[in-house]
Ligand binder design. Structure first.
Ligand code: SIN
Length: 280
């Protein structure tokens, strides 16, 4: 197994069959994952059952309530864009499941069908973003908490939740999203695996800082979003069939680029359960 550090962050791991990972190899993968929050693999031939077995090595599986499940394996969520569809899933900077009281640890996304060009996924590091803040802002943010929500993304109030495209319905259970209480999480967390400080707000699901109005919160949330996603800070992954991204939702954000109109892209995603988050 070969582990190569990527710039500006992340690791690509090769010479490995994820169906046959030894305990020692798994410990090395886990160490890379803990360090950077994102690990990529190439040329994997994983059937849904293998994908599930791999995910279970990281923790319990969280069955996504809103995405279309695989017809035979509900643990696997389908992230699909058909040629006739113009919007994509995940095409806004976010981290999965921050709208849950106990946010998911991470996700394992496997490429089954990719467009001839485009369809990359970008990642931003919340360790690095935290470190790049000035000490004064760090001190301010450390005492704060923020409100997150799924309502405006997956609920009935989102006019796009059922997709405005010609294709099949991709997002489900809007009524479940409507009933989810909006959780409050620390703005700066002590990462449950690495122990490092990480910024924990994101552009898609964070509504406001606790005790602040939406309007008061917006400029600071936008500033953090712009800082985190500066071009030079991003890690961008170009998918091939059999590529895998394993990311930590508490240490990274991601954004699926929607630059492949007229082509199909089919991904399988498994989400891993996490834990309640503690302030740094
Ligand atoms: C997601 O946000 O989980 C999907 C990312 C992608 O399709 O690249």
């Amino acid at each position: 197994m070969k582990i190569e550090a990527l710039e500006p962050f992340g690791y690509e791991i090769s010479d490995l069959d994820l169906k046959q990972v030894t305990e020692t190899e798994f410990a090395d993968i886990h160490a890379a994952f803990a360090d950077a929050g994102i690990v990529f693999f190439r040329d994997q031939d994983l059937a849904p059952a293998d994908h599930i077995t791999l995910a279970r090595r990281f923790g319990e599986i969280n069955i996504n309530r809103f995405f279309t499940p695989h017809p035979d394996y509900p643990e696997v969520a389908l992230v699909v864009k058909e040629p006739a569809q113009t919007t994509n899933i995940g095409g806004t900077w976010h981290t999965d499941h921050s709208y849950d009281d106990v946010p998911a640890l991470g996700s394992i996304l496997l490429a089954h069908e990719v467009p001839p060009t485009g369809g990359n996924t970008q990642f931003a590091s919340m360790y690095r973003t935290w470190e790049r803040l000035s000490p004064g802002l760090q001190t301010t943010l450390e005492g704060m908490r923020a409100v997150h929500s799924a309502h405006h993304v997956f609920g009935t109030k989102n006019p796009h939740q059922d997709s405005d495209d010609a294709g099949a319905r991709r997002i489900h259970n809007a009524d479940v999203a409507d009933r989810l209480p909006d959780p409050v999480h620390p703005v700066v967390i002590k990462h449950p695996i690495s122990g490092k400080k990480a910024l924990y707000v994101n552009p898609q699901f964070t509504l406001r800082f606790e005790g602040w109005s939406d309007a008061d919160s917006r400029p600071l949330l936008d500033y953090l979003g712009a800082l985190a996603t500066e071009e030079a800070e991003l890690c961008e992954f170009e998918w091939r069939v059999g590529s895998i991204a394993l990311w930590d939702n508490r240490a990274t954000w991601h954004n699926a680029r929607n630059d492949y109109q007229g082509h199909r892209r089919v991904m399988h995603r498994i989400t891993i359960e996490g834990c309640a988050l503690d302030a740094a």
